[in-house]
Design a protein around this ligand. Structure first.
Ligand SMILES: [Zn+2]
Length: 70
């Protein structure tokens, strides 16, 4: 990790992978890194210390945004 990031929390995916969610301070972008590869995980996208897109986590960022706005 070269840029400054803040830890938001950890998520365990259905495949068993543990993902750490971070906020990139410079870009305010949310990024997720695979912290621990799940034992039953067969996804090639999930590799230790690799970035995965938030959309792939199955979360709903749109709902979060709308609830914050009101
Ligand atoms: Zn996985």
């Amino acid at each position: 990790m070269s840029s400054l990031v803040r830890l938001l929390g950890f998520t365990t995916l259905r495949c068993g992978c543990i993902v750490g969610k971070y906020r990139e301070v410079a870009t305010k972008r949310e990024v997720a890194y695979v912290e621990e590869k799940g034992g039953i995980c067969t996804s090639h996208w999930h590799r230790r210390n690799h970035t995965i897109m938030s959309e792939r986590l199955g979360s709903s960022p749109i709902a979060t945004l709308s609830s914050q706005a009101s």
